[in-house]
Design a protein around this ligand. Structure first.
Ligand SMILES: Cc1ncc(COP(=O)(O)O)c(C=O)c1O
Length: 339
C-alpha cells in the first residue's frame, strides 16, 4: 500500500500538468527584472490580494522575515501570537537577522484580540523597546488551521490604525481561510499592510511564496531579498508552478477541508484519541491521552498512515492535494481500528 502522507501539506508533488506549465514557462534573469513569468505572477498575486505590489520569494519564512526586517527592524518589537510560526519554526530569524524582538501573546485558537494587543504596547519611556508591528497568522498552523473571523480582523485593523502600527499577516494558508469562510482573499488581505502567502503548501507548487503590500515596501523588499541571498535568476520555471497552482488548486481546497473533517470524525470514534479543536480547514489535531504520541504516530506509520507527533500527547494530520478521498477513507478505517 502506498503511504498516506498526512504529515504536512508541504509534501505535495507537482502534478503532470503543473510540470508541463513549468517546462513551457518563458524565463529571463529575474535579478534584472526580466523574467516575464515571475513578473506575471507578481502582478497576479498583487491583484488577487488587492495590494499595490508583490514580490516572489523562495519561502514563506523569507516573506515573513522581510516583513519583520522592514516594519520592525533592529530593537523594534513585534506583537505576535504565542503559537505563531515566526516564534516556533523560523529559527529566531526575526532576532538573528532582522534584529527585532517578538512578544508572545495569548489568545484562544491562535486568535489575537485588541485587548491583548493594547496591554502589550510599550509606553514611550526612554528605556523601552519600541512596539513596531503586529503579526497575525491566518490560518494558524499550531492553533489547528484556525481562521480569523472577519470581525476579529476588522477589530485589529481599527485598533492598529489608532495605535499607528502596521500589520503583517502570515498567510501561508490564507487560501484555505478564504475558501473555508467563502471570503475574497483580497478582503482578508485588506486587514493587513503586508501579507505573505505560500504556493508550496495546500496549492501544491514545489517552491515559492510571495510578499504583497504597498509599492514602497515591496521596492525595499526586493533589496532585502537580494541581501538575504534570495535573488533568483530564471525563476519563471518556479513562478509558472505557482501561477498554475493559483489558477487550478485554490477552489479545490474545500475537498481537503472535507477530508480533515472526516479524519476528525474517525479520530473521535476511535476511542483512543481526543479532538480538541473542530477542524476549520485542512489541519487536524488529536490528543492521545495516556498514550505516547510518538508511539501512536509510529504505529500509524507502520500501517501506512503518516502523521506528525507534535508533543508527548498530540499528533497532527494535514490533508492536501496528494491525498485522495479513497485514501482518506482508508486512513479513517486504520485510525478506527488502531487499538
Ligand atoms: C504558518 C506558516 N508560516 C510560514 C511558513 C513557512 O513557510 P516555508 O516553509 O515556505 O518557509 C509555514 C510553513 O509551514 C507555515 O505553516
Amino acid at each position: 500500500m502506498e503511504p498516506i502522507d498526512l504529515r504536512s501539506d508541504t509534501v505535495t508533488r507537482p502534478t503532470a500538468a503543473m510540470r508541463r506549465a513549468m517546462a513551457d514557462a518563458a524565463v529571463g534573469d529575474d535579478v534584472y527584472g526580466e523574467d516575464p513569468t515571475v513578473n506575471q505572477l507578481q502582478d497576479r498575486v498583487a491583484s488577487v490580494l488587492g495590494k499595490e505590489a508583490a514580490l516572489f520569494v523562495p519561502t514563506g519564512s523569507m516573506g515573513n522575515l522581510i516583513a519583520l526586517y522592514l516594519q520592525a527592524g533592529r530593537g523594534g518589537e513585534v506583537l505576535a501570537h504565542e503559537q505563531s510560526h515566526i516564534l516556533h519554526y523560523e529559527l529566531g530569524s526575526g532576532a538573528a537577522l532582522a534584529g527585532c524582538q517578538i512578544v508572545a501573546l495569548p489568545g484562544d485558537l491562535g486568535i489575537l484580540k485588541p485587548e491583548v494587543l493594547s496591554k502589550a504596547v510599550r509606553s514611550p519611556g526612554y528605556a523601552n523597546a519600541r512596539t513596531k508591528l503586529v503579526e497575525l497568522e491566518n490560518t494558524g498552523n499550531l492553533a489547528g488551521g484556525t481562521c480569523y473571523a472577519l470581525e476579529d480582523l476588522q477589530a485589529i485593523r481599527v485598533w492598529a490604525d489608532k495605535a499607528g502600527l502596521p500589520v503583517h499577516m502570515d498567510g501561508a494558508r490564507l487560501w484555505n481561510a478564504s475558501v473555508a469562510q467563502g471570503l475574497d482573499p483580497a478582503l482578508l488581505a485588506s486587514m493587513a499592510d503586508t501579507v505573505s502567502v505560500c504556493f508550496s503548501k495546500g496549492l501544491g507548487a514545489p517552491v515559492g511564496s510571495a510578499l504583497a503590500g504597498p509599492k514602497a515596501v515591496i521596492a525595499e523588499a526586493l533589496r532585502i531579498r537580494k541581501m538575504l541571498g534570495g535573488g533568483m535568476r530564471q525563476a519563471g520555471i518556479l513562478a509558472a508552478g505557482a501561477l498554475y497552482a493559483l489558477e487550478h488548486h485554490v477552489t479545490r481546497l474545500g475537498e481537503d477541508h472535507h477530508h480533515a473533517h472526516q479524519l476528525a470524525e474517525a479520530l473521535k470514534a476511535s476511542g483512543w484519541a481526543r479532538v480538541p479543536v473542530k477542524p476549520q480547514t485542512n489541519i487536524v489535531f488529536a490528543e492521545t491521552p495516556g498514550l505516547d504520541a510518538a508511539e501512536v504516530a509510529q504505529r500509524l506509520t507502520s500501517q501506512g498512515v503518516w502523521c506528525s507527533a507534535l508533543s508527548s500527547e498530540k499528533i497532527r494530520f494535514v490533508t492536501h492535494l496528494d491525498v485522495s478521498q479513497a485514501q482518506v477513507r482508508q486512513a479513517c478505517q486504520i485510525i478506527r481500528t488502531l487499538f
